[in-house]
Write a protein that binds this ligand. Structure first.
Ligand SMILES: Nc1nc2c(c(=O)[nH]1)N[C@H]1C(S)=C(S)[C@@H](COP(=O)(O)OP(=O)(O)OC[C@H]3O[C@@H](n4cnc5c(=O)[nH]c(N)nc54)[C@H](O)[C@@H]3O)O[C@H]1N2
Ligand SMILES: Nc1nc2c(c(=O)[nH]1)N[C@H]1C(S)=C(S)[C@@H](COP(=O)(O)OP(=O)(O)OC[C@H]3O[C@@H](n4cnc5c(=O)[nH]c(N)nc54)[C@H](O)[C@@H]3O)O[C@H]1N2
Ligand code: SF4
Ligand SMILES: [Mo]
Length: 687
């Protein structure tokens, strides 16, 4: 009989839930996988995507061996080579490039395809630092919101999601919980069973908005105006928590003065939300306790995305919602984990003065004739920029450059991989060890390999050990084991790890950070900001030329702010996550392609009628940056003037070979240097 074992592993995907999974292994093969029933956050179930994870592990189209390009760039034709051959060629090419153009002409490009602490950033960073490569500013997702939150609250810490069941008002703000944070949903339901109301603030009627008690649909990018309008009502009607404001905030008088300018009529004009609805919601928010705001990153992908998160993050201080367990706000819990990033990444190995390039500008960087030195080698792992980066036309044009040496490490032959000179095989979470923190809960875990690597696949850390050896690096820091790295990754003396060391974490697998069971992090202030208060007024922002007072930065592309552009491109376009995709991961897995059916664009019946577009018809979406094709879905789930293309499809699986990012922009956000994916005007017509 085959030996049968059930092991616990961790889902590595870029998702707030960081699930604990139970995998059954028989004779070295994983035969079933599900949510860990013993884990209080995972609660025994997985999402619609990772339920089918074994299809991914054993997919017939998985990349299992090192491959070398034989066709033209972009054709995606490869032949199998040995690891030895691939490594020595890559090492030689990187050396040539460094000799000819300087080491900064090498650019690593990675994001969160694997969120494991070691897989996300450890030996890879050490390697690129040591060879003097350009550094990468990893802005593509959350940097605007993170900066806005940090300016106000001080650190990525918020209400404990496990306490959400106690809330009596839950506001999902730019957060599609049902699709993107599904393990929070049972806590929402628990609260609702006890009488809580769910309010969703989203320009689109998402799956979560469909289930809400109230759905407010502001014009994209106007959330800060909505928050100021709420504050106007709250201050005007004496519903603010004066005591909390006095004791635990900076600048409340200034913020009150600013909110005075945002009466409901003006707020309605800016946001498109009816004045009466703003009045009623503001009063409900200020008078219901505990009240919890769950922000996600939907509102941070706009010109004013940093300020949007910052101003919304001021609300719980205005009403004193932080006082209650289950009250306050949550963007990310990641700052609760005491990670020693510098120990892992060793920035000290990078030569002083090394430049940093912003990943959200990849298209421009690859095509900029003035960039000195130019990017001559691009090393991609944990990311699929050909699908996910803005202004796809430029990105693909850059990747197609004959003089650009491209290496891609991935599990599948993505659009980016089609441009690779070398494509290297990566492992799944079942095949390597890693340490996991989370950004949507407070559990720390150690995930141990459950099966052997498939084919010749290697983990990210093993890849960079091999590459360091092939390059002739000899310091032991490039060859440390995953366990050694995990030991260095955390500050074990931090009180949140009380009683824990690596060996104990290994044996327990998963532990909750040592914070009180009923945790209200800022009930008595103590914000991790320079002043120790919630900084409604943050002098630190003035130093970087930003308004130090919470306020409103309008969208860049909207009929109000850019009427000239709106004449040509009257429709606002957003491309939020599809239910069965995770960014571009899973977007080629047959089960999920079937479930999402085809690239489609949701358009309001009035906007469709005005263009003679019927439901189900192929259409073209375009602006000055590019165009893509989709099928029209005529529905009032998109408010008038807005079109929605759930994402992220693989471009090569789309008609015309382009996805939503053909029309998105490389202009950056007000804070954090983030991309403004959802700040885009387009026009549409029959294909
Ligand atoms: N199924 C699934 N889960 C995912 C992902 C995925 O692709 N698929 N992606 C993962 C990643 S990388 C991240 S960063 C997280 C979070 O990913 P997010 O991109 O934050 O995704 P959502 O939580 O879906 O929230 C986005 C919601 O914000 C709305 N929105 C867009 N513009 C605005 C605006 O201006 N204002 C407001 N109020 N709302 C707006 C969108 O319509 C959408 O419903 O989720 C992760 N989870
Ligand atoms: N239009 C539009 N564009 C967007 C967004 C949007 O909402 N709309 N969302 C943005 C957001 S929030 C994000 S976070 C980015 C995401 O952008 P990316 O981080 O690039 O995410 P994915 O597209 O999922 O690509 C991750 C890749 O890593 C691979 N991978 C997984 N595990 C491993 C591993 O262990 N090792 C290696 N080497 N590779 C691995 C996967 O197979 C996959 O191809 O996209 C952004 N782009
Ligand atoms: S993608 Fe998110 S919800 Fe799905 S299994 Fe992974 S962590 Fe859990
Ligand atoms: Mo993201």
């Amino acid at each position: 009989m085959l030996q049968r074992r059930v092991l616990k592993v961790v889902c590595p995907h870029d998702c707030p839930d960081t699930c604990s999974m139970a995998v059954t292994v028989e004779g070295g093969r994983a035969t079933s996988l599900g949510g860990d029933p013993d884990d209080p956050f995972t609660q025994g179930f997985l999402c619609a995507k990772v339920n089918h994870y074994l299809e991914r592990v054993y997919a017939p189209d998985r990349v299992l061996h090192p491959m070398k390009r034989v066709g033209k760039k972009g054709e995606g034709r490869f032949e199998r080579v040995s690891w030895e051959h691939a490594l020595s060629e890559i090492a030689a090419r990187l050396k040539d490039v460094a000799r000819e153009h300087g080491p900064q002409s090498i650019l690593p490009y990675s994001y969160a395809g694997n969120m494991g602490v070691l897989s996300y950033g450890s030996l890879d960073r050490r390697f690129f630092h040591a060879i003097g490569a350009s550094k990468l500013d990893r802005t593509i997702c959350a940097s605007a919101g993170a900066a806005g939150w940090k300016a106000t609250i001080g650190r990525s810490i918020g209400l404990d999601p496990e306490q959400l069941g106690r809330a009596r008002l839950i506001v999902a703000w730019g957060a599609n919980i049902v699709s993107s944070n599904v393990h929070l949903w049972p806590f929402v339901e628990r609260a609702r069973r006890a009488g809580a109301r769910l309010v969703v603030i989203d320009p689109y009627r998402s799956k979560t908005a469909e289930k809400a008690d109230l759905h407010l649909a502001p014009w994209p990018g106007t959330d800060a105006a909505l928050a100021l309008g709420m504050m106007h009502v709250i201050f005007r009607d004496s519903l603010a928590d004066r005591d909390y404001l006095e004791q635990h905030t900076t600048g409340h008088a200034e913020l009150e003065a600013r909110a005075r300018e945002w009466d409901p009529a003006r707020t309605e004009r800016e946001t498109g939300v009816a004045a009466a609805a703003i009045e009623a919601f503001a009063r409900e928010y200020a008078t219901t306790r505990p009240s919890a705001i769950r922000l996600n990153y939907g509102l941070n992908r706009h010109a004013g995305g940093g300020m949007a998160v910052r101003t919304v993050a001021c609300l719980p201080a205005v009403t004193g919602a932080w006082r209650d367990v289950g009250g306050g706000a949550l963007l990310s819990t990641s700052g609760t984990f005491p990670v020693r990033t510098d120990a892992l990444e060793r920035p000290d190995l990078s030569p002083p003065g090394t430049r940093t390039l912003n990943m959200s500008l990849l298209g421009r960087l690859l095509n900029d004739p003035l960039l000195d030195p130019p990017v001559k080698a691009l090393f991609v792992y944990n990311s699929n920029p050909a699908a996910v980066a803005p202004e796809q036309g430029q990105v693909l044009q850059g990747l197609a450059r004959e003089d650009l040496f491209v290496v891609v490490h991935d599990l599948f032959q993505t659009d980016t991989a089609d441009y690779a000179d070398y494509l290297l095989p990566a492992t799944t979470t079942l095949e390597h060890d890693d340490l996991h923190k989370a950004y949507g809960h407070l559990y720390l875990s150690w995930s141990k390999a459950a099966i052997a690597p498939q084919g010749e696949a290697v983990s990210n850390t093993e890849l960079f050990r091999r590459l360091a050896r092939a390059t002739g690096l000899d310091d032991p820091c490039f060859f440390e084991s995953d366990e050694d790295l995990a030991r260095q990754a955390l500050d074990w003396d931090d009180p949140r790890l009380a009683g824990l060391d690596f060996e104990r974490l290994q044996s327990l697998g998963r532990v909750r950070l040592s914070v009180p069971a009923a945790w209200a992090p800022f009930a008595e202030g103590g914000f991790p900001t320079p002043s120790g208060k919630c900084e409604l007024l943050a002098p630190s922002l003035a130093a970087s030329g930003l308004d130090p007072l919470a306020g409103y930065v309008p969208p860049r592309e909207s009929p109000v702010t850019n009427p000239e552009l709106a004449q040509r491109y009257p429709l606002a376009f957003i491309s939020p996550p599809a239910h069965h995709f995770l960014n571009s991961t899973f977007s080629a897995q047959p089960t999920f392609v079937r479930r999402e059916s085809e690239p489609f664009l949701t358009i309001h019946p009035d906007d469709a009628a005005a263009r003679g577009i019927r439901d189900g018809e192929p259409i073209r979406v375009w602006n000055d940056r590019g165009a893509f094709e989709a099928k029209a879905r005529v529905s009032d789930a998109a408010r008038r003037g807005l079109v929605v293309g759930l994402s992220i499809w693989w471009p090569k699986l789309c008609p015309g070979g382009r996805n939503a990012n053909a029309v998105t922009s490389q202009e950056l956000t007000d804070m954090g240097g983030g991309p403004s994916f959802y700040d885009a005007l387009v026009e549409i017509g029959p294909a």
